[in-house]
Design a binder for this molecule. Structure first.
Ligand SMILES: Nc1ncnc2c1ncn2[C@@H]1O[C@H](COP(=O)(O)OP(=O)(O)OP(=O)(O)O)[C@@H](O)[C@H]1O
Ligand SMILES: [Mg+2]
Length: 417
């Protein structure tokens, strides 16, 4: 039982059923019939009143339903002990009449036969005040009703109790690609309003923090350009050829990093309009373009699929991934297939892959797996961050996984238009 809601429901049901069960038990104790001796004495007195009534006015007694017959009732079980106790009680009350109690088939029903004289027996039914017939069924029904009632009340109460948490969960589940939470209506009870207000405050702060981070990155990328141009000019005057080349290639890498940083910021704040894009045509075009640039890229099976995205941004994202497979992975194979309402692009290579423990980190800006590879494949460590930003903006996802025995597979899922 993992969910908090289920635990609260179960706890409330247990609490309610226990309390009602205990209350029922206590009530049944308090409402016990009087002790048996008292009842027997009362019965003896009542019988004597009936006998007196019959003696004084037999006709009225018959009209009232009192039965006098020539023999005692014999069918049923003779309860000797109770019969003796009743006879004793009659004796104590000043009568010499003998009584016989016969238990009937039905529970808690008995018949008293009281000897009045030769061939004269007063026969009257006796109800000992026990629970009505079918008592267990009634008790079971009562129990079922309590459990059903307790379940309904508990589900309702649990929903109310965890409403603020639900609100939080829903809000976090709807976090946009820019990391901000959707606005939540600040209505409802005190706690719910407070939760909604706290989430909205958090969202506003996150938005401000994101925006200032973006501005900072963009400004740094931009401002680096001027000193870098000056450095490049100075580097051109370095006399030693090898030394100059090193300076220029380092400056080139720095330039790329600044460029990518500005591009990442642009992607995050960009609001490019989505339109229908023929994904298969775009991928064919990209593969050709990269092949012309000398990248080892090949095209596998590709279905006709149309997706909804901003074409330039989508192309940039796919280009980043294919270049990764071609450079870090030594050669890319691109495939595109339709899968229900999705378009699935798979970009695979047979390179070294990425250590499992780092696989989620590669989406972080400026993260590069291996500093040693830096020289072989220059880059800023922003390609994957930019690509994910773009796919998520258009409702898509990207996952990467190592292949067996080696290599990497990058899978992009986009909604078909
Ligand atoms: N197909 C791949 N095979 C092996 N490692 C990869 C692959 N794709 C990405 N990586 C690793 O993930 C890191 C991050 O990739 P990412 O594209 O974000 O940055 P980059 O390629 O280093 O630089 P940039 O794309 O900004 O020029 C890479 O540095 C590389 O170590
Ligand atoms: Mg890259």
């Amino acid at each position: 039982m993992k969910s908090l809601r289920q635990r609260i429901v179960l706890l409330l049901i247990l609490a309610i059923v226990t309390v009602v069960g205990l209350a029922t038990f206590a009530a049944s104790r308090v409402l016990q019939p009087p002790p048996q001796d008292d009842r027997i004495e009362r019965l003896a007195r009542q019988l004597l009143v009936l006998v007196a009534f019959i003696d004084s006015d037999p006709q009225a007694a018959r009209a009232a339903g009192l039965k006098v017959q020539d023999r005692a009732v014999t069918d049923g079980f003779q309860d000797r002990m109770m019969s003796d106790r009743l006879s004793l009680a009659l004796h104590n009350a000043g009568s010499t009449a003998q009584a016989q109690i016969t238990l009937q088939d039905q529970p808690h029903r008995a018949v008293v036969s009281l000897y009045l004289g030769p061939e004269r027996w007063l026969v009257t039914e006796l109800n000992d005040g026990g629970p009505p017939p079918g008592g267990w069924m009634v008790l079971a029904g009562w129990g079922v009703l309590i459990v059903i009632g307790a379940t309904c009340v508990s589900i309702f109460a649990a929903a109310k109790i965890i409403r603020p948490l639900q609100l939080l969960q829903d809000a976090v589940g709807r976090v946009g690609p820019d990391g901000t939470l959707p606005h939540i209506a600040e209505t409802g009870s005190g706690e719910i309003r407070a939760t909604a207000q706290a989430i909205n405050r958090l969202s506003a702060r996150l938005k401000t923090a994101m925006e200032s981070r973006m501005r900072l990155v963009a400004a740094a990328g931009h401002d680096l350009r001027t000193p870098m141009t000056r450095m490049r000019l100075r580097a051109e005057f370095i006399a030693d050829d090898a030394d100059r080349q090193k300076w220029l290639s380092d400056l080139e890498e720095l330039d790329q990093i600044a460029d990518s940083a500005i591009r990442l910021v642009r992607e995050e704040v960009n609001g490019d309009r989505a339109e229908e894009v023929e994904l298969d045509a775009m991928i064919c075009e990209l593969v050709e373009e990269l092949q012309l640039l000398g990248h080892p890229v090949s095209l596998g099976e590709h279905d006709n699929v149309i997706v909804s995205a901003a074409p330039l941004a989508l192309k940039r994202a796919l280009r980043n991934l294919i270049i990764n497979a071609a450079t870090h992975g030594g050669g890319a194979t691109v495939e595109l297939r339709r899968d229900g309402s999705n378009a699935v692009v798979s970009i695979s290579d047979e390179g070294p892959g990425i250590p499992e423990r780092l696989i989620e980190q590669v989406f972080e800006p400026f993260f590069r797996v291996d500093a040693g590879r830096r020289k072989a494949v220059p880059g800023a460590g922003l390609g994957l961050a930019i690509a994910r930003e773009i796919f998520e903006r258009f409702g898509g996802t990207i996952t990467i996984a190592n292949r067996k025995p080696h290599g990497l597979e990058q899978t992009i899922t986009l909604l078909r238009a």
